[in-house]
Design a protein around this ligand. Sequence first.
Ligand code: NI
Length: 180
Amino acid sequence: MSILKVCRLGHPVLRMQSKRVPREALASPAIQNLIDDMMETMVEYYGVGLAAPQVHHSLSIAVIECHGPRGEIPMTVLVNPEMTILDESLLEDWEGCLSIPDFRGRVPRYARLRVDALDRHGNKVEFTAEDFFARVIQHEFDHLMGKVYLDRMRDLGTLAHMAEFERYWLPREKKAGSSE
Ligand code: NI
């Protein structure tokens, strides 16, 4: 397993729509190694999610894991995910992104959704997610569509560098931002 280089905003791959992974391609060592490396890279950089375009692969694959105050999400691999919004109410909360390092901003996200995807072995998975899990999924899904969280902010008035976020916003919010 290897820790991969994470590309930052401005790299064209972050703005491309990623390609679906054919089910039969999932068994290949290249794809299985990529998934393992994405997991290791996400953990190394304290992310709660990572999408393949962030490591220079324009493929519809995302990994998610969180153990912290914002939620408990076991390691989840989503291949070719599709989302159905189940609750159109929007919740606003802080997000960060490993491809936009050292920033935080408030982003509105749908409260509840259904996900249809393949797991890393090509099995169909279907589940509902809400609150923080739903937020992370929407953030990663956006990466697969060539979007980043800045595109979803209502305005850039809350965009904050990490030090200023911790100084001026965190005491008010009393919750940690995390990077997806
Ligand atoms: Ni991100």
